[in-house]
Design a protein around this ligand. Structure first.
Ligand code: IVH
Length: 681
């Protein structure tokens, strides 16, 4: 009986682990979440609860224990048992056919099939599995010796921590080789987040993957959307009976590995060339960056017969896409202001043909990169393009610098609105401080202002905003409240019927009655999200008081750190922001002044929910707490005011008890909420 229960528990744990791994991959790697965060948390908690109840059965690939390893001070060097070799290159049809000829001459009277794979542009690593369990991850290094990065490798979400196997036992030893990279979508998202946070952005996915994999702190590595794609087996004990590359990769997928999104089996070298041409077309639409194809003899016995020539296999080659570079002159350096106010330097170039495309601009990313390259107006530079169309600076030819060229410096004022440019210490990006006033930041400011959690103006979607900006009817957010003066113009905008214009006016009118918290949030002050806005509203109770608050007073507000306090103070010091706010208030926006009954009893307190709640769900509990001014946090710390412990509460309850933090059962919690007039909705 006991055994059956145990089997059921383990099987439920396995089911949850696989489900979580799938959703993790969709979320972090593909950037296409398939379930809500809340649902994910619930699955995660179910697994954690099970593990707390049955600690002996905790599976070693559980995601609950994956992250949180200690930061390392350095990586250990490891010698590769089987060297990680490099590949020869071919760049054109002639070279490719010559490669095939050499092979076919060495294999007289044999038919050769070619396995054609993507040449993934990431970092090669090697993974060791002992009896199906991932025990070691090593970088390629110089091919003979690499660095042990096991902790970081374990944070890669699409990589099996234990091999999936149905019937047969997993091999005693399996060494799998493949590439770690950051899919394009995850890379763009990471750069966007870093840009908003004022942190370093990466020039390309390869650099981002390399930087992430070599993080000494696995928690940072874990937050990066890395993926692993297997492309070969270096060792397998006992030996398997696989005969071809194709079967090998298929087998790896059965063990739980992901392989690249395209792979072909070609009967002839002509067919290989066709696939190369095809992939060059499709390259832009692939989820990952590639820099060519890898052509391998498919049959493993034939591979053995062909062997190696010095450090390269005779049975494989890289067929690179042309990376093209050209020399040109920097004619100017402009600073573009993005929607978030970030200033990006762009070099204007004497137009030059690079791989069939005329290039006349190239981004220099940020002021740090400008300094690193020491690029100046008048310099000669080489620009290159790989397949991804976007040109990049390869090199600044300082030896070709003729006169004393002026060093490039960050402008002091915004090229769009002339507001001061700021670059807080420790941040990588310079920004325009113009906020609501800067034309470049308008569309983002408006989008935020009308969003559901801000002024909630339904119907003012991106398309309308763009048209209205174009017609200069929206210079800043306060113009929204004067749109009714332009009814005729609005009616003339494509597809805007009488009814939709009227609906928009109604939504604008209805938005005038709001709350102080929403209004503060709608202003789009850097660092002020919904919760912070609520805390500010509760603490200062009037806009006037908030406007005048010094940063010292702001810092005392729950949820407001030192940097955010400075940002808030800066925002209210900028004259044009005050002008916009005054115009908004003049147009009739109002909120009920907080009275004694609306000052919130749990203002600023940090609460934690844990365990399974039976009479309400977490969202409902969170909403009630937030309505009373509390913040709901995911982890217990000395700042926690109170812990609500549902059924099967585990480590958070232990920690709270150790720290002497007040804990409430679900029914005590409900009773307390009721005493404040809160019931689950
Ligand atoms: S096979 C002995 N397959 O290319 C051959 N390599 O120069 C082992 N690479 O740094 C390599 N995609 O990381 C192979 N589908 C693929 C690949 C691939 C990218 C990289 C590999 C290595 C370089 C070889």
């Amino acid at each position: 009986m006991v055994n059956i229960d145990k089997a059921q528990i383990v099987s439920r744990m396995r089911q949850l682990i696989q489900l979580l791994a799938k959703h993790n991959h969709a979320y972090y790697v593909m950037d296409e979440p398939t379930i809500s965060d809340n649902e994910y948390d619930q699955l995660f908690h179910q697994l954690k609860d099970l593990e707390q109840q049955y600690p002996d059965d905790v599976q070693n690939d559980t995601p609950t224990q994956r992250v949180g390893g200690e930061a390392l001070s350095k990586f250990n060097s490891v010698e590769h048992a089987v060297p990680m070799l490099s590949l020869g290159n071919v760049f054109n049809r002639e070279d490719l056919f010559a490669f095939a000829r050499r092979i076919e001459e060495r294999l007289p009277n044999q038919h050769v099939n070619y396995d054609v794979e993507l040449k993934l542009d990431g970092l090669a690593i090697s993974l060791w599995y002992e009896h199906g369990v991932l025990v070691k991850g090593v970088t390629r290094g110089d091919g003979e010796t690499g660095e042990e990065i096991t902790q970081n490798v374990k944070t890669i979400r699409n990589l099996p921590k234990t091999l999936h196997h149905d019937i047969a036992a997993p091999p005693a030893l399996l060494e799998v080789r493949g590439e770690v990279l950051m899919p394009k979508s995850g890379f763009e998202k990471l750069n966007k987040i870093n840009e908003v946070k004022g942190e370093k952005t990466f020039a390309n996915p390869r650099n981002a993957a390399a930087g992430s994999l070599r993080q000494l702190d696995p928690n940072i590595a874990a937050s990066r959307p890395l993926a692993f794609y297997a492309y070969g087996i270096a060792q397998c004990e006992p030996a398997n009976d696989l005969e071809t590359m194709h079967d090998s990769l298929q087998w790896l997928t059965q063990l739980g590995f992901e392989i690249a999104e395209r792979q072909f089996l070609c009967q002839s070298i002509q067919e290989v060339q066709e696939k190369y041409d095809q992939i060059q077309q499709e390259r832009e639409n692939l989820a990952v960056e590639i820099d060519g194809m890898v052509i391998k003899v498919d049959n493993l016995k034939q591979q053995k017969q062909l062997g190696f020539l010095s450090r390269e296999p005779r049975w494989a080659t890289a067929y690179k896409f042309p990376a093209v570079a050209a020399l040109t002159k920097v004619e100017g350096i402009d600073w573009q202001v993005g929607r978030t106010g970030a200033l990006t330097p762009v070099a204007r170039l004497a137009p030059v043909l690079v791989g069939g495309v005329t290039v006349s601009n190239v981004t220099l990313h940020n002021i740090g990169e400008v300094h690193r390259l020491d690029v100046r107006i008048g310099d000669t530079i080489s620009v290159y393009r790989t397949g991804d169309v976007i040109p990049k600076v390869e090199k600044v030819w300082q030896e070709l610098r003729v006169d004393d060229l002026q060093e490039t410096i960050l402008p002091k004022s915004c090229p769009v609105c002339a507001s001061p440019v700021v670059m807080p210490e420790g941040e990588a990006l310079a920004r325009c401080s113009g906020g609501l006033y800067c034309a470049a930041q308008r569309i983002e400011a408006i989008r935020h202002f009308v969003s559901r959690k801000a002024m909630d103006i339904e119907g003012l979607g991106d398309r309308w905003v763009e048209s209205l900006l174009h017609l200069e009817l929206l210079k800043d957010v306060s113009d929204i409240y004067h749109l009714n003066k332009h009814k005729e113009t609005l009616l003339n905008i494509e597809k805007m019927g009488e009814k939709s214009v009227q609906n928009l006016f109604n939504a604008i009118e209805a938005s005038k009655k709001t709350t102080l918290a929403r209004f503060i949030y709608a202003l789009g002050i850097r660092g002020v999200g919904e919760t912070t806005a609520r805390m500010l509203a509760n603490t200062f109770t009037t806009l006037e008081a908030l406007r005048k608050a010094e940063s010292e007073a702001l810092k005392k507000t729950p949820d407001v750190g030192d940097i955010t306090a400075e940002w808030i103070a800066d925002f209210f010091q900028a004259e044009h922001n005050i002008e916009v706010i005054d115009k908004l208030l003049e147009s009739g926006i109002y909120w009920d002044a907080p009275s004694a009954s609306t000052t919130q009893p749990l203002n600023g307190e940090s609460w934690v929910l844990t365990g399974t709640l039976t009479q309400l769900n977490r969202d409902q509990a969170t909403q009630m707490l937030q309505a009373l001014g509390a913040r709901v946090s995911g982890s217990v710390s000395s700042k926690t005011k109170c812990l609500v412990a549902g059924e099967k509460a585990g480590s958070k309850l232990d920690k709270a008890q150790k720290l002497g933090i007040r804990t409430l059962s679900e029914s005590e919690f409900l009773a307390l909420m009721k005493s404040y007039g809160q019931t689950p909705n």
